[in-house]
Design a binder for this molecule. Structure first.
Ligand code: FAD
Length: 429
């Protein structure tokens, strides 16, 4: 077996696989040896967050660069065969976003988003309640104090089928995939570069480049090198409600319900799948870091099966939210559910691009919502590793360097500062 690679990718999730495929194809295009890219995955390909997401791909985003990246990725999903050599199937179902009418049939925040998206040529437009009614099935409740926005270009994937696509694409591109192979250490050479990666099996694999796509496990992996990678996790629950196949008729658009803070989508043609979005309150984010669930020892909680079950109370909370939106849920049955985790960074944005402390290390971390960006993140990594500049400039604001000491001090102030402490908030409850 080969023990020297051009690039070693740590983590076989959607982002690690995309990075491997894009780097490999660039190497092939430039006539360099094939088989020179390796994915090291401690479990199975797509067994981390990539096995737990909702498969929703949408572009509307208040952060302009995130919307721009999603727009590029949406085009790449359609042309995946050109990019990866294999295609992926998905439903081009569109999405209806539901927002609160904050008066006179408007909502400044959402109307601004609509304008921003129009300026970026992303089709995201307000529709009347009558139009929304026509698009949505009868079992969806609509209320007088709501506004509706249509994103016709939103897609939904079957995450399980997509795992198979990852395997096919890795194989098609002759990438060495080593499953059940955990990275446990590194050797550094001149100038601080990583010259070899060590695995739990005792192997020593030499490389020119390392890509970190280990998501929420990153802090534990890089701790031995003395590198902090500021990623933590926020719990999120998922429920699938069994419903009648004949009632659903095999189709409805994604419902991004920002009144109840829940995403709903059709699941396996006869279930309604839901999860809640990330919390966007800095205090909550800081709390996740303060609790440090991903300390070196805690990192495995993300995939610990004992943490995956849902309690009765949580199911009841989701049932309340779902019954508000769907008038068929009360006749429905809890099908399945699990608890998982979003990987989050202090500012909830991605970490993309080279590390400033290790010259040949590139990070590719998604910050809780990255499945949709999979193909374009792969291309960004390939630019950084192989020296291109088509996509790399899009990652400028996502460098890990932004989390310097000053940033982290300010961030920790949110948890422990006198004026802004959790204690003060708790006492005002
Ligand atoms: C409930 C839920 C719903 C979501 N819905 C959506 C959605 O609809 N749309 C969307 O765009 N995003 C969604 N997301 C986010 C999406 O799942 C993630 O952003 C994405 O899967 C991240 O992929 P990844 O490759 O970075 O991480 P992962 O898939 O977690 O991959 C990291 C890999 O690293 C491996 N690893 C860890 N340690 C080591 C080691 N020491 N050595 C080797 N390998 C190691 C792990 O086993 C894992 O396979 C959702 C997330 C959740 C939890």
């Amino acid at each position: 077996m080969r023990t020297r690679y051009h690039s070693i990718i740590i983590g076989g999730g959607c982002l690690g696989c995309a990075s491997a495929i894009s780097v490999q194809r660039r190497l092939q295009q430039s006539g360099k040896a094939d088989g020179a890219v390796c994915v090291l995955e401690k479990s199975f390909v797509g067994s981390g967050l990539t096995a737990r997401h909702s498969g929703i791909v949408r572009s509307a985003n208040a952060v302009p660069i995130a919307a721009e990246l999603a727009k590029i990725a949406a085009e790449q999903w359609y042309a995946l065969e050109d990019l990866w050599g294999v295609s992926a199937s998905f439903d081009a179902c569109g999405a209806i976003w539901i927002a609160r009418d904050s008066g006179a049939g408007g909502n400044t925040k959402w109307d601004t988003l609509e304008r921003q998206m129009r300026d970026m040529s992303i089709d995201f437009r307000k529709v009347s309640a009558d139009e929304a009614r026509d698009i949505l099935p009868d079992f969806v409740n609509l209320y007088d104090d709501e506004l509706y926005y249509l994103e016709p270009g939103a897609l939904q994937f079957d995450p399980s089928a997509f795992r198979n696509v990852l395997y096919k694409a890795l194989q098609h591109n002759s990438i060495d995939v080593r499953e059940k192979t955990a990275v446990v250490g590194f050797e550094r050479g001149e100038g601080g570069s990583i010259v070899a990666v060590r695995t739990a099996d005792g192997e020593r694999l030499e490389c020119e480049h390392v890509v970190n796509a280990a998501g929420p496990w990153s802090p534990a992996i890089f701790a031995p090198l003395g590198l902090s990678v500021p990623v933590s996790v926020e719990p999120v629950c998922v429920v699938n409600w069994l419903t009648s196949y004949s009632e659903i008729e095999g189709f409805f658009p994604i419902i991004a319900d920002y009144i109840n803070l829940a995403y709903f989508r059709l699941w396996r043609d006869n279930e309604i799948h839901m999860h809640q979005p990330r919390k966007r309150v800095v205090r909550e984010t800081a709390r996740a870091f303060a609790e440090s669930p991903l300390g070196v020892i805690g990192a495995d909680l993300v995939s610990d099966p004992t943490n995956q079950g849902l309690g009765y109370t949580q199911i009841r909370v989701y049932e309340e939210i779902s019954r508000y939106r769907f008038n068929n849920i009360d006749q429905s049955v809890y099908g399945s559910g699990y608890k998982s985790y979003f990987d989050i960074t202090p500012d909830l944005k991605f970490i993309l691009g080279p590390d400033y402390r290790v010259p040949n290390l590139v990070h590719c971390l998604g910050a809780g919502q990255a499945f949709k960006y999979t193909p374009v993140f792969g291309e960004i990594v390939a630019d950084f590793v192989c020296g291109g500049d088509t996509y790399a400039p899009l990652a400028a604001e996502f460098s890990i360097k932004r989390f310097d000491q000053q940033y982290m001090n300010d961030f920790w102030g949110r948890v422990s500062g006198i004026d802004n402490s959790l204690e003060v908030e708790a006492s005002s409850l």
